[in-house]
Design a binder for this molecule. Structure first.
Ligand code: SAH
Length: 375
């Protein structure tokens, strides 16, 4: 594998190559799943496409680039390209994702895919159709090293980072499936910690905004609170939304739910949120999975109000979804509403996330590669 291989990922590269300044050591095991041996077409930048095409007429570079990056086509679908070249492309570049299963929720609004990656690891992607928008929830890693206790992906552990092509192909496939509705929003809230795969995340976001034409303000990245990466994120992607998985307003409870809190405790996280608010002008949102008797009491609301006001953050309440490895249940709808009311009375902007696709285990925190065993 050459140094410029976009998929280069060795056992020591358990995080991002650009992220050596923050070592997550104990929290991140070595990559367990093999990485692709060859790049996919969506991994190539424009120069690499031109280099591959070599002696072909110049306009072919634009043609192939547009087919791959704007239209999300596989070589077999590129009808404007001569057959011989299509075959060359097909032989040289494997598709990044192979669909294993596709499930649709009972109400038809949610589709969940299980994809196999080259090398064998699997990830899930979820498309949610609303009346006024269609949102894809994209995975950034196979598995996750963050080990949040209530999250099915965290319970399963880390496999490896996704490549740029693996991230982008999820978007293209969801966009095609959403038609005739236009895919309008992208949330990096699937499997994995997006800010631990920082350089590939940046490249993917850049490609989404410039080639797919979905604006930065329609993209949201969710993080467990990787403070140093949040700083780099704000510098590079000012208008992309950032959601922070807070879930608890005191360090003792948060460290239990989100082990990374031991490394980056709430005070550091709040500083980073305030910096982002000041630097980008955009409001950070706090995600709060409501867990019965754990973080849904009036005292929790009071502590959360203090933090949300300090960071000028919006709060998004997510009723906890069941996962096999976490015994406690989600708060009741009444409890969620009462908690939201307390926050509002405390001057905090709050929304309750609608749960979609829980009948196909496609709701928040339920993505875990159960593939064939899925209901
Ligand atoms: N690693 C990123 C993105 C992952 S998931 C992060 O932690 O932010 C997106 C959101 O779903 C996070 O806020 C996560 O904490 C939340 N989540 C995880 N498991 C959940 C569950 N069982 N029920 C509800 N929300 C959950």
């Amino acid at each position: 594998m050459s140094a410029s291989d976009p998929n280069a990922q060795s056992a020591s590269d358990t995080l991002d190559p650009g992220a050596q300044d923050y070592d997550l050591g104990a929290l991140s095991g070595a990559a367990r799943a093999p990485v692709p041996k060859r790049p996919a077409l969506l991994d190539l930048d424009r120069d690499a496409v031109a280099a591959f095409l070599g002696d072909e007429p110049r306009f072919r570079t634009d043609q192939v680039w547009t087919a791959v990056n704007e239209k999300g086509q596989q070589p077999g679908q590129m009808s404007a390209i001569p057959l011989k070249l299509r075959s060359r492309l097909e032989e040289e570049f494997p598709p990044a994702l192979t669909p294993v299963t596709e499930q649709r929720s009972g109400d038809g609004r949610t589709t969940k895919w299980l994809f196999e990656l080259n090398g064998g690891a699997q990830v899930e992607t979820v498309l949610m159709r609303y009346r006024e928008r269609a949102t894809v929830c994209v995975s950034s890693q196979a598995g996750c090293a963050m080990a949040c206790s209530f999250c099915a992906t965290g319970q399963a552990g880390f496999e490896r980072h996704l490549t740029v092509a693996e991230i982008l192909e999820q978007v293209h496939r969801a966009r095609t499936a959403a038609e005739p509705q236009r895919l309008s929003n992208i949330v990096f809230m699937g499997m994995g910690e997006p800010l631990a795969n920082l350089e590939r995340l940046f490249t993917s976001i850049d490609r989404i905004t410039t080639e797919i034409g979905i604006g930065s303000r329609k993209i949201t990245v969710s993080t467990v609170g990787l403070v140093p990466a949040m700083e780099r994120f704000a510098e590079a992607n000012g208008q992309v939304g950032l959601a922070v998985s807070l879930h608890a307003a005191n360090d003792e409870l948060r460290s239990e739910l989100v082990p990374l809190n031991r490394r980056y405790p709430i005070a550091d996280l709040m500083n980073a949120c305030q910096m982002i608010r000041a630097k980008t002008g955009r409001r950070v949102s706090f995600e709060w999975a409501m867990i019965s008797g754990v973080n849904d009491q009036p005292g929790d609301a009071k502590d959360l109000i203090r933090l949300a006001r300090k960071a000028d953050a919006h709060v998004n309440l997510i009723p906890l979804n069941d996962t096999p490895g976490y015994p406690t249940t989600g708060s009741s709808p009444q409890q969620v509403k009462a908690f939201a009311k307390l926050l509002r009375e405390g001057g905090v902007n709050v929304t309750i996330r609608s749960t979609m696709g829980d009948d196909i285990d496609a709701a928040c925190g339920q993505l875990a590669n159960r593939g064939e065993q899925a209901k």
